[in-house]
Design a protein around this ligand. Structure first.
Ligand SMILES: Cc1cc2nc3c(=O)[nH]c(=O)nc-3n(C[C@H](O)[C@H](O)[C@H](O)COP(=O)(O)OP(=O)(O)OC[C@H]3O[C@@H](n4cnc5c(N)ncnc54)[C@H](O)[C@@H]3O)c2cc1C
Length: 483
C-alpha cells in the first residue's frame, strides 16, 4: 500500500452509524486531519432500529431517533455535507465526484476514503410495489410516511412527526390526508416484519403476515419460531406460512389487494414489504473494489478494501465470522458503529482491527423475546466443516417461587469432535433475549460446551434460577456429546 497523504482529508460516504463513527473517532484522535462526510439525504445520525417503535407510537417523534444533530457533528470538527451524493470514485486520482444539492458536480480529493453507504430494502420481485400504501421500512422518511398513513386525517400534521424539519413534507402530507388503512399485509417474517406486526396491531389493524418459508424468523431457527408463531396467533396476527406474495393490485394508484403464487388472494389497504436488504455497493463495484461471495464489500481485518486507501464498513461490507473465520454479511447496528470507530482510529495512525461478528441478533415479538448467535443451522455448520449436535431445553427464567417466572427455551449447537460451542438461540418472556450475550461472549472466547456448563453465572431469585437456562442447556448438550 502506498503511504497516505495526510494533508488530504479523510472522506466518508454515508452519514450514519459507520460513517459518523469513523469521522468522529478520527477527529478525536487526530484533530489536525480534515474529515468530510458526504450524505446523499437530509437525515444524518439516525436510528433505523427505532423506526418500528416510532410507527407503533412508543417513540413519540422522529427527533427522538436522532442521535447527533448536524451542529453537534460540526462541533466535532467534521465537515458535514448533507444532500450531497457521491456518484463516482477515482482511486487513481484519489478523488470522489459528488452531486450537490442543486445538481452541481464537485470533485473532492482524499487521502483515505471510507465507503459507508449502508444497504437498501428490496421490494422486487413483487409487482405493484410502487402503489400508494405499499411500503418498505428503511430510513426515517419511510417511517414518517407509514405513521402519517395510520394517523387520523382530521388530526394529522407534519409537525407532529417531529424530525427537525427534515421530513419529506409533500409525501407525508399526502399520506396524512388519506383514509387510514384497516387491513395490512406484512410480507416477510424476518425481524422487521415481526416488529411491524406489533406496531400495526397497536393501531388495531387486521394484520396478515406472509412468510415464504415454513417458519417466521428463519435465522433464529425452528425452536424460536415454534413459540413465536402461536404467540402471534394469540395476538390476532393471521399467519400465512409457506405463502409467497407475488403481486399487489389497486385502482387509482392505491393498493387494494394482493395475490400469492399459490392462488391465495386478500383484500388489503396497506402492505409492508420486509423481504430483505442488499448492500449498496454500486459505487465500490464501479471502482474495482473486490466484492465478497455475499455481494457485500470484502475487507481485511482493518476494514481495508482491495483498493489502496479505500475502507468499507457497516451494512455495505462483510466482516469475519467468529466461528467460521470466513467473511460473512450480517448487517447490524453495533458492528457498523464498531467497525467505523476502528477505521477512524486506524486512519488516525493507530491500526485497530474492526473485530469479528457472531451474528448476534435479538427481536421482540409482542410479549416474547428472541435471540440468536453464531451457527444455529446444522447444515450451515456442516458446510463450515463441523460435526454439529444440538439440544433444546425449556427452563424457568427465575426461581420457580418468585413472581414473574417465565418459560425460557434455549437451543445450543456444539461440535461433537471438539466440543466447541457453535451457536445458540433463546426465546421466552422474561428478559430472555439479553441472555444471548452470554453465548456471544462464549463464542468470542471459543469456549467448549463443557466450559459453558462450568460458567459462574449470576443467581438470585428475581433474576435467575440457581441453574440459569443456559447452564441447563449446556449440561444437557454436554451429556449428549460425552455419552
Ligand atoms: C427497520 C430497521 C430496524 C433495524 N433494527 C435493528 C436492530 O434492532 N438491531 C440492530 O443491530 N440493527 C438493526 N437494524 C440495522 C441497522 O440499522 C444497520 O445495521 C445500521 O444502520 C447500518 O449502519 P450503516 O452506517 O452501515 O448504514 P446506514 O445506517 O444505512 O447509513 C448509510 C448512509 O449512507 C448514505 N448513502 C448511501 N449512498 C450514498 C452516496 N452515494 N453518497 C452519499 N451518501 C450515501 C445513505 O443515505 C445512508 O444515510 C435495523 C434496520 C432497519 C432498517
Amino acid at each position: 500500500m502506498t503511504a497516505t497523504n495526510t494533508t488530504e482529508p479523510f472522506v466518508v460516504i454515508g452519514g450514519d452509524a459507520a460513517g459518523l463513527s469513523a469521522a468522529s473517532k478520527l477527529k478525536r484522535e487526530a484533530p489536525h486531519r480534515d474529515a468530510i462526510v458526504f450524505e446523499k439525504g437530509s437525515w444524518v445520525s439516525y436510528a433505523h432500529c427505532g423506526t418500528p417503535y416510532f410507527v407503533k407510537g412508543d417513540v413519540e417523534t422522529l427527533t427522538d431517533l436522532l442521535s447527533l444533530s448536524p451542529s453537534d457533528i460540526r462541533d466535532r470538527g467534521i465537515d458535514l455535507r448533507r444532500n450531497h451524493e457521491v456518484i463516482a470514485v477515482s482511486p487513481m486520482e484519489q478523488t470522489v465526484t459528488v452531486r450537490g444539492p442543486d445538481g452541481e458536480k464537485i470533485h473532492q480529493s482524499y487521502g483515505d476514503l471510507l465507503v459507508a453507504t449502508g444497504a437498501r430494502a428490496l421490494s422486487e420481485p413483487i409487482s405493484g410495489s410502487q402503489l400508494d400504501g405499499v411500503f418498505t421500512l428503511h430510513g426515517l422518511d419511510s417511517a414518517a410516511n407509514v405513521r402519517a398513513f395510520l394517523s387520523d386525517p382530521a388530526e394529522f400534521t407534519v409537525e407532529s412527526l417531529g424530525g427537525d424539519g427534515y421530513v419529506d413534507e409533500a409525501t407525508a402530507t399526502r399520506y396524512g390526508a388519506m383514509t387510514p388503512p384497516e387491513t395490512v399485509a406484512i410480507v416477510g417474517g424476518g425481524y422487521v416484519g415481526i416488529e411491524m406486526a406489533e406496531a400495526f396491531s397497536a393501531w388495531e389493524l387486521d394484520v396478515h403476515l406472509f412468510q415464504r418459508s415454513d417458519h417466521v424468523l428463519p435465522p433464529f431457527g425452528t425452536a424460536v419460531a415454534e413459540r413465536v408463531e402461536p404467540h402471534l396467533d394469540e395476538q390476532g396476527v393471521t399467519l400465512h406460512l409457506g405463502t409467497e406474495v407475488a403481486e399487489f393490485s389497486g385502482e387509482d394508484g392505491r393498493v387494494d389487494s394482493l395475490a400469492c403464487s399459490n392462488g391465495t388472494e386478500l383484500a388489503v389497504d396497506a402492505a409492508l414489504v420486509g423481504i430483505g436488504i442488499r448492500p449498496n455497493v454500486q459505487l465500490a463495484a464501479e471502482t474495482a473494489v473486490t466484492l465478497g461471495d455475499s455481494g457485500a464489500i470484502a475487507i481485511d481485518e482493518y476494514g481495508r478494501t482491495s483498493v489502496d486507501h479505500v475502507y468499507a464498513a457497516g451494512d455495505c461490507a462483510e466482516m469475519p465470522h467468529v466461528v467460521t473465520g470466513e467473511n460473512t454479511w450480517v448487517p447490524l447496528g453495533l458492528t457498523a458503529n464498531r467497525a467505523g470507530r476502528a477505521i477512524g482510529q486506524t486512519v488516525a495512525g493507530n491500526p485497530t482491527p474492526v473485530g469479528r461478528i457472531a451474528g448476534t441478533a435479538v427481536v421482540k415479538a409482542f410479549d416474547l423475546e428472541c435471540g440468536r448467535v453464531g451457527l444455529t443451522n446444522l447444515d450451515r455448520a456442516r458446510d463450515a466443516g463441523f460435526d454439529p449436535v444440538s439440544e433444546t431445553i425449556t427452563a424457568g427464567s427465575r426461581s420457580g417461587y418468585y413472581p414473574g417466572v417465565a418459560e425460557t427455551t434455549v437451543r445450543l449447537v456444539a461440535d461433537r469432535k471438539s466440543g466447541r460451542l457453535l451457536g445458540g438461540s433463546i426465546v421466552g418472556g422474561d428478559r430472555a433475549a439479553i441472555r444471548i450475550d452470554t453465548l456471544a461472549t462464549a463464542l468470542e472466547g471459543e469456549l467448549s460446551i463443557e466450559e459453558v456448563e462450568r460458567l459462574d453465572l449470576a443467581y438470585a431469585p428475581p433474576f435467575s434460577p440457581v441453574w440459569d437456562p443456559i447452564l441447563v442447556a449446556a449440561k444437557v448438550l454436554n451429556g449428549q456429546i460425552s455419552s
